[in-house]
Design a protein around this ligand. Sequence first.
Ligand code: PMP
Length: 351
Amino acid sequence: MSRFFSEKYSSLVPYTPGEQPQDKKYVKLNTNESPFPVSQAVAKAVEAEAGKLQLYSDPECVQLRKEAAAVFGINDDEIIMTNGSDEVLNFAFMAFADEKNPLRFADITYGFYTVFAELNHIPYKEIPLREDFTIDLNDYLAVNETVVIANPNAPTGLELPLGAIEEIVKSNPDNVVIVDEAYIDFGGQSAVPLTKKYDNLLVTGTFSKSRSMAGARLGFGIGNPKLIADLNTVKYSTNPYNVNRLTAVAGIAALRDNDYYMNNCKIIQQNRARTTAELESLGFTVLPSKTNFVFAKSDKVSGEKLYLALKEKGILIRHFTKERICDYNRITIGTAEQMEIFVSAVKEIVG
Ligand code: PMP
């Protein structure tokens, strides 16, 4: 730390992204990226746009919002586009949480929530999930706090049924409920239709997982036009050109190729079912996942040992050191070939 670093950030513990080692070629199952490339139309659109990079991007993302609105069944004033969904989450924390409206989220969930809360000096409560990592609905009913729920949750992969989400939204009418749907396209039921009914529901999503665009950084928030206007106030006070030209055209082309991406999500779900069955036959406990990853533990080998042994064999998975989940690992679901390599390596290790 330099002697100039502001005191207001000096105790900040930044988010640790999944490792991206460059020493050799790994089978990468550690950051929940898609194993599939973008569609050809997306690649072409990006190439064609390169000649326009001397010009600023459209801060309103007019075309992108229009096409996204059509795909998600909403109006274009009900959506904001951002630099990954991390950015819309940060904007939402800034816009809708403060001392009087503290944040409430699970103890085992997306690690960035605590970081954004700390960054913005917003008080927060981490509510322990039940022993089986499910949410106790009572912890979120009529709490008068700004609730954040990753649904399906990460790193557990578990989904909270839509009916429970609606109860939480309904019982906290004077606070915004943020539902982070980064993994919704892998079998979950989206809360987006509920945004028509409740003015306090913000749903966030991303093109990073189901639409193969993690490297392009494109996320979005969907909610009542007034919520979106507030998020735009924060955006225009932070970074009006938050979605760059290449990403905007890539996003438009991806939305036009929606069938290709949704079919990829089906393949991931099939590979997930096969991987789950294989791991279970090797004695693993695997939580029922609605995402593009599984959360699994073995009685035969510790979470850390398995992670290290797989790394040795050129396979990366995500290990967490937090006490409650250190026996588990999060394994991104890749192609059938990648999962075969993974399963045979696991067999060698636990066999
Ligand atoms: N929410 C959850 C639950 C995630 O796991 C991630 C991915 N790290 C994000 C949001 C943010 O993803 P992105 O910024 O790439 O859209």
